[in-house]
Write a protein that binds this ligand. Structure first.
Ligand SMILES: NC(=O)c1ccc[n+]([C@@H]2O[C@H](COP(=O)([O-])OP(=O)(O)OC[C@H]3O[C@@H](n4cnc5c(N)ncnc54)[C@H](O)[C@@H]3O)[C@@H](O)[C@H]2O)c1
Length: 270
């Protein structure tokens, strides 16, 4: 369904890797709703070449940027300003833990990996917003979003140091959101249900995790397309006064202690 909610809006979408990526769906939905945007991802992600397919489909330009590099971000934002003038929305859909990739458990973290992980997963959001701030390139009533996970608030074994990275990310959104209020720009995080993507698949036991969340949530898990629709709503003028929030988009998971489905499963086992 197309509501033209983003007609005339311009933005930057970070983090579409392949057609499983949440950012990929967000780009497709933003395009359908009338937005124009630049697609960005780490230079290393370009080698896979899939982003060009999305760029063609959405009539977008691709500009590589390592989101931890101020130099790369500067070039990207300069190009965005040259193309669009001011921006209306930014999506940060970036996450990576070297400790998880290398199978390091939380009780045995490598601190160099930890630093790299929080730089990519959390501090990069600050760097992106600082670039937008310094260039004063957000339109009034613009909207900046990052994607997060409930492991920032509750413990999920195997999510490892990403839990801490997400807590850091959510805090950065609140802190910078305060200052962006001066410019009438909103900053929020969306705390999304588990989704089977490259980043998701890196988490040990993701299938069990995914099914458990589905059984716990009264509405079931929200998928990537549902998430994209929520992002569209958050970029639209219909959510102008929402800022500094961590918004759960999880079919109700975050509010359930235990569901009947999960209880029934344990009854069977005993
Ligand atoms: N998949 C899930 O279950 C789930 C649930 C909640 C939140 N999230 C979050 O959603 C976001 C998107 O993840 P996804 O599931 O779509 O997986 P994904 O693997 O498709 O996306 C992660 C992206 O981060 C990019 N990236 C990594 N390092 C980068 C860097 N240095 N600079 C720029 N980009 C970089 C990757 O290239 C990739 O495009 C992440 O923040 C993730 O933590 C995912």
């Amino acid at each position: 369904m197309n509501y033209a909610l983003l007609q005339g809006k311009k933005g930057i979408i970070f983090g579409a890797l392949n057609d499983q990526s949440i950012a990929w769906k967000v780009a497709e939905r933003c395009h359908e709703e009338g937005a124009e945007f630049i697609l960005s991802n780490a230079p290393i992600a370009m080698r896979m070449g899939e982003l060009n397919t999305l760029a063609e489909k959405t009539g977008s330009e691709v500009i590589p940027a390592d989101a931890t590099s101020t130099e790369d971000l500067e070039k990207l934002f300069d190009a965005a300003v040259a193309k669009f003038g001011k921006l209306d929305f930014i999506l940060h859909s970036i996450g990576m833990s070297v400790n998880i990739r290398k199978g390091k458990p939380y009780t045995d973290l490598n601190y160099d990996y930890l630093q790299k992980g929080w730089d990519v997963s959390a501090v990069s959001f600050h760097k992106v917003m600082k670039m937008a701030w310094d260039k004063d390139c957000m339109n009034e009533w613009g909207s900046i979003l990052a994607l997060t996970y409930i492991a920032a608030q509750r413990v999920f074994p195997n999510y490892g140091d990403m839990a801490d990275n997400k807590a850091f990310l959510e805090s950065i959104a609140r802190s910078f959101g305060y200052y962006f209020g001066e410019k009438k720009v909103r900053v929020n995080t969306i705390s999304q249900s588990p989704v089977m993507t490259k980043a998701g698949a890196g988490v040990k036991g993701i299938t069990g995790f995914f099914n458990f969340a589905d059984h716990m949530s009264p509405l079931g898990n929200a998928d990537a397309l549902d998430c994209a629709n929520y992002c569209v709503a958050m970029f639209s003028d219909l959510t102008k006064m929402v800022t500094m929030q961590n918004l759960f988009h999880d079919g109700g998971f975050s509010m359930v202690g235990v569901s009947q489905k999960v209880v029934d499963k344990y009854e069977e086992e005993l």
